[in-house]
Write a protein that binds this ligand. Structure first.
Ligand code: 13P
Ligand code: SF4
Length: 334
């Protein structure tokens, strides 16, 4: 059996092609060559490591990435992000090959809402509209009326008639933030992001005292007691824009640290302090996002594996929730 056949056999176990890569190989040059040869596009989330962001054709937040996946004319979409993002790309462009460097790049939010349990839960509220954060599985999207991302969530909630009840899944923190922001009463699924739940209130308070000139900025996946302290709350693209437009020079940033790569590129003269987690681990790095590496990206483009495949019924029944989201976003100019 050749190396590739052995590696393919291990895909289910490891989630990626476990093939040795020559350490002297110029991965940037090789990946760029493969992009051209295969008419492939690399879409990367802001939480990817800096090198991956720098080689991507597009770097953005969950909304921007979905819009790119829906509109690209590339033959292959290489998703440098997590599983639910690549699934969304596949649902929007089912005729294209969608690759994810590591199939085990998951998401604690998506895992917190298993579709069979959610189906039963939803049956208790037959008249409610289901809004799901895009950070959920493709199957959960089949049980969803409209998806949202952190960029368009307010507009999505406001598009729903006021007399309609809303179930919001799976992020309870984003849900609570939206309740406050829109004044709508919503039933919240009890899920959360492992990265945004780990920030230390105490350490952030000390940092704010040490840097009174700094703005504290946070992603709405953070817990309510942290959001209460924030000078600005927004999606990753919102946070990035805020740091550019603000007069401030120093920012304490409460989201996954990968975004700081773009912030430093955009305004190299400003200072960005990552909000510290409540222990000594590097828990403000998403372990799922960081499963992708340059080596895995190269291997997946070379061998066109691992590939995202979805049952046809999941695409047929789930894509409407994403299309609705994209329509409302376009109308809102997002
Ligand atoms: P946005 O890309 O919408 O800011 O969400 C961040 C996130 O947690 C993605 O997994
Ligand atoms: Fe999921 Fe949180 Fe990682 Fe985003 S940062 S992929 S929400 S676990």
């Amino acid at each position: 059996m050749n190396t590739l056949a052995i590696a393919e056999k291990d895909l289910n176990k490891n989630g990626f092609l476990d093939i040795d890569v020559d350490p002297t190989l110029d991965l940037v040059a090789e990946i760029n060559k493969l992009k051209k040869e295969k008419n492939a596009i690399i879409l990367a989330h802001y939480y990817q490591e800096g090198e991956i962001q720098d080689i991507a054709d597009y770097v953005g937040d969950s909304l921007g990435l979905s819009q790119q996946a829906a509109n690209t004319d590339a033959d292959i979409i290489v998703f440098a992000g997590v599983h639910f993002m690549a699934e969304t790309a596949k649902m929007l462009s089912p005729e294209k090959k969608v690759l994810l460097p590591d199939l085990k790049a998951g998401c604690s939010l998506a895992d917190s809402c298993p579709p069979p349990i959610f189906r039963k839960y939803k049956e208790k509220y037959p008249d409610h509209v289901v809004v799901s954060y895009i950070n959920c599985t493709a199957e959960l999207k089949t049980l969803t009326d409209i998806c949202c991302t952190s960029t368009n969530a307010v507009q999505i909630i406001e598009s729903i008639p006021k007399d309609k009840g809303i179930i919001f899944a799976p992020d309870k923190n984003l849900g609570a933030y939206l309740q406050k922001k829109t004044g709508r009463d919503m039933i919240l699924w009890n899920g959360s992001c492992m990265v945004h739940e780990i920030f230390s209130h105490e350490k952030i308070t000390k940092l704010m005292l040490r840097h009174p000139e700094a703005k504290f900025i946070a992603h709405p996946e953070c817990e309510p007691h942290l959001l209460e302290k924030a000078d600005y709350i927004g999606s990753t693209s919102g946070l990035l824009r805020y740091t550019k437009e603000s007069d401030a020079d120093t920012f304490i940033v409460a989201t996954e640290v990968g975004i700081i790569h773009q912030m430093e590129k955009q305004t190299p003269n400003k200072t960005f302090i990552p909000a510290p987690p409540n222990n000594t681990c590097a828990c403000n790095e998403c372990p799922h996002m960081k499963r992708n590496t340059m080596e895995k990206l190269y291997l997946c483009m070379k061998h066109e594996q691992p590939e995202i495949t979805l049952p046809q019924w999941v695409i047929d029944e789930g894509v409407g929730s994403i299309d609705r989201m994209l329509e409302i976003s376009a109308k809102a100019g997002l």
